[in-house]
Ligand binder design. Structure first.
Ligand code: ADP
Ligand code: MG
Length: 242
């Protein structure tokens, strides 16, 4: 693995008195796609929220591109180039595709070692997501769930992130969109964007991921290469399939 883009160590998080995450440790290398897997309620979304500084109560250490972001505010973390695509799509339904993209715009940035990060423009994104390219002026509210999902990802890319947290990109969208999403993730990897994606489905994760971490009840139970996980029926039965 190359220099880590994201390192999480001893991460804990609670909602009120209920502790949800117990000493989560994981890392994502530059240009890597890593799957955070687990059943509903395992703690995938909470892990992403804690990394983004969105959990009121958390402890542990999170280092992103050399910056300790453990005690930073969500807006500061986003400004460092950590993108987050939440599971509930948050597009503006009255605004068009192009207007939604414009809202995500941030300046081009560099990795901490001075290398230029990939730069995205509306034009590049409409080419990357051809179905959005066909409807640049359509209001967000008149798009399908899958199209809105793509728009959320595209808007996050307008911020020229170094790494994105993608929360369940294949959840609740049509198979054709799932396939497009997988292709998009592979294109992003090629462009040099690192990705931590949460996922319940081994088949989708296998299409795009290099490595995987398996969560259950807020703890990492297994980690290894995606190929190993795809071949390990015992781990899948224990922690993934219903
Ligand atoms: N806002 C909340 N308040 C209290 N408990 C929550 C809240 N959101 C999630 N939880 C609990 O935290 C646990 C992990 O949830 P979550 O991180 O959403 O899991 P996943 O994304 O893997 O489905 C679950 O037991 C869930 O019930
Ligand atoms: Mg979730």
């Amino acid at each position: 693995m190359s220099a880590p883009m994201l390192t999480v160590d001893g991460l804990r998080a609670s909602y009120g008195a209920a502790q949800i995450l117990y000493d989560i440790g994981l890392d994502v290398g530059r240009g890597e796609v890593v799957a955070l897997m687990g059943r509903n309620g395992a703690g995938k979304t909470t892990t992403m929220k804690a990394v983004m500084g969105l959990m009121a109560q958390s402890a542990g250490r999170v280092v992103f591109d050399g910056h300790d972001i453990s005690r930073r505010q969500p807006y500061e973390i986003a400004r460092l180039g950590l993108g987050f695509v939440p599971e509930d799509r948050r597009i503006f339904s009255d605004l068009t595709v192009l207007e939604n993209l414009d809202i995500g715009r941030q300046a081009p940035r560099k990795f901490s070692d001075g290398i230029d990060a990939p730069v995205w423009t509306e034009q590049k994104l409409l080419a990357l997501f051809p179905n959005l390219g066909e409807m640049p002026n359509r209001p967000g509210g008149r798009m399908s769930g899958g199209e809105q999902q793509m728009l959320t990802v595209a808007r996050t890319l307008m911020g020229n992130p170094l790494l994105i947290l993608l929360d369940e990109p294949s959840e609740g969208v049509a198979p054709v969109i799932v396939e497009m999403m997988a292709n998009t993730i592979l294109e992003l990897k090629k462009a040099g964007v690192s990705i931590l994606l949460s996922e319940q489905n081994v088949h989708f994760a296998e299409l795009v991921s290099d490595r995987a971490y398996v969560l259950e009840k807020g703890q990492i139970r297994w980690n290894g290469t995606m190929t190993e996980l795809a071949g390990n029926v015992d781990i899948q039965r224990a922690y993934l399939t219903v």
